[in-house]
Design a binder for this molecule. Structure first.
Ligand code: F6P
Length: 522
């Protein structure tokens, strides 16, 4: 059965929300808090190691109940059930969407179990040094060659869980930028390096070209027969990987029902396994599994991904907010935002609805941000005093990992202070200097987590996966395809041919021709 195809703007709830927005848009959050002392206790969710405070939002009880009604009217519950049960909800690609099956410990598919086992055995050998390189030395460096979902997830997690890392050094080659490839290779020893070529399709230009450059570099020092000790592949295209020269036993399979940007839980996570060991990788999967169950079973009023999705819709579609920020108060999470940008924007950057009709309302949120407290000294000025409304997720941890309590208290004091300042501004204070006046009433969600563990990280990532899915359902779009990236790829092929042949007759645009001419003159 296909997903419900309901235009959200035609629902009763949407119409009521539009009216409600007109009635409440002037409300100041400072005043709402004053009137309702219980607000902070009401607009919060406690779940496992997570405490979500969403009271500092421009909402009332009525806003929330109308948003929940919207979720009901677009049949979100039914869509969640369809996703988890493996129905082909990625209709435009005729595929199921089952990244949740990769961490379904209650009912694990045999092929998932088998792949996890293969990853466990292989990563153990790399970590304990029993896998030897072509000169008999243990592996010291692991390089993930892949782009998009075959890069951003593994890199984000490897960085986020640095505390749990072993002696192996992990590198990422993603960009087709040859200078970057050269810089990475310059610090590697072919005798002790393992290359993991990660590409679901095994046709992605950047990955295949980079892997070939790396293979040529390797073969300057070693012979063809040594490839099997130093190159493995992760792919759904086993034939493609074999053609590249990787032996079948060195290929870690991927299923076609795992989307690239949701694939870090699959064999795409092999570099993560090497970096933190299989047990930690598994703990991360378990954390995601817990969040899956929460999303699937919890009533919407207490459902973290659903509530965050609805709040985001409220700002995006009613306040017409242009973007939202995510700021994690942990340096470990410095790659979270680039990861989320692919997850959210590749999924929900759509302007045709599930009926194939052009959409006349806003979809895909623009996600941006960085880590705190650094961000406070960069773009926070705009959050506090700019003209745009930007709802911000603040993510922080109660416990530091290295026990530096003094630093952590300062870090977290800033974390709490910012949501407070964004909420209050200089409300009800006499500020004579207009440049020093702050409106306040800036929306924030606080996601306070006990500790940055593999399990909690798994839950956090799954939270955002489910949030974006819920939003896609409400907007009546297909979140799991990405046709929008294809045109650029096709045009680039033509441009490369033009550059290589020094013939621009195919380029229609004079601006592009001028640029190509200048490029070729160097
Ligand atoms: O071009 C976008 C994209 O298809 C992403 O969706 C995907 O994560 C990335 O390219 C890499 O694809 P692959 O894993 O097939 O190389």
């Amino acid at each position: 059965m296909s997903l419900p195809k309901i235009n959200p703007t035609k629902t009763e709830a949407w119409k009521a929300l539009e009216k409600h927005f007109q009635e409440t848009k002037m409300l100041q959050m400072q005043d709402i808090f004053e009137k309702d002392a219980n607000r902070a206790n009401q607009f919060k969710i406690t779940w496992q190691d997570f405490y979500i405070d969403y009271s500092k939002n421009r909402i009332t009880n009525e806003t929330l109940s109308l948003l929940l009604k919207l979720a009901e009217e677009v049949k979100l519950k039914e869509a969640i059930r369809q996703q988890f049960s493996g129905e082909k909800i990625n209709e435009t690609e005729d595929r199921a969407v089952l990244h949740t099956a990769l961490r379904d410990f209650a009912n694990m598919k045999p092929e998932v179990k088998a792949t996890l086992q293969k990853m466990q055995i292989f990563s153990n050998k790399i970590i304990n040094g029993s896998h030897k390189g072509f000169t008999g030395k243990a592996i010291t460096d692991v390089v993930n060659i892949g782009i998009g979902g075959s890069h951003l997830g593994p890199e984000m997690v490897a960085e986020a869980l640095q505390f749990y890392r072993n002696h192996l050094k992990i590198h990422f080659i993603a960009n087709i930028d040859g200078d970057n490839v050269a810089e990475t290779l310059s610090i590697l020893n072919p005798e002790t390096t393992l290359f993991i070529v990660v590409s679901k399709s095994f046709t992605t230009q950047e990955t295949i070209v980079n892997a070939s450059v790396v293979k040529d570099w390797f073969l300057k020092n070693a012979s063809e027969i040594d490839i099997e000790k130093h190159f493995v592949a992760v792919s759904a295209n086993v034939e493609g990987a074999k053609e590249f020269g990787i032996s079948e036993e060195n290929i870690f399979p991927m299923q076609d029902w795992v989307g690239g940007r949701f694939s870090l839980w699959s064999s795409v996570g092999l570099s993560i396994c090497c970096a933190i060991g299989f047990n930690n990788f598994e703990a991360m999967l378990k954390g995601a599994f817990e969040m899956d169950n929460h999303f699937k079973n919890e009533e919407f009023g207490k459902n973290i991904p659903v509530i965050l999705a609805l709040l985001s819709i409220w700002y995006n579609n009613f306040y017409k907010a242009e973007s939202e920020a995510v700021v994690a108060y942990s340096q470990y999470l410095h790659k979270l935002v680039p990861y989320l940008q692919q997850a959210v924007m590749e999924s929900n950057g759509k302007s045709v609805d599930r009926n194939g009709e052009k959409i006349d309302y806003q979809t895909g949120t623009i996600v941006w941000g960085n880590v705190g407290s650094n961000s406070q000294h960069a773009y926070f000025q705009l959050l506090h005093q700019g003209t745009k409304l930007i709802s911000t997720d603040f993510i922080g941890f109660s416990e530091p990992l290295h026990g530096n309590v003094e630093n952590h208290n300062i870090l977290m004091a800033n974390f709490f202070a910012q949501t407070e300042a964004l909420w209050e501004g200089t409300h009800n204070k006499v500020v004579e200097n207009p440049f020093k006046s702050f409106e306040g009433s800036k929306p924030t969600n606080t996601i306070l987590i006990k500790k940055l563990t593999p399990k909690n990280l798994g839950s956090l990532i799954a939270l955002y996966e489910h949030k974006l899915f819920a939003q896609g359902i409400i907007w009546n779009i297909f979140s799991y395809d990405q046709w929008g990236v294809e045109l650029g790829k096709t045009v680039a092929k033509g441009t490369l041919t033009a550059i290589e042949n020094r013939n621009f007759s195919g380029a229609k645009n004079r601006s592009t021709v001028n640029l190509l001419e200048i490029f070729l003159k160097k």
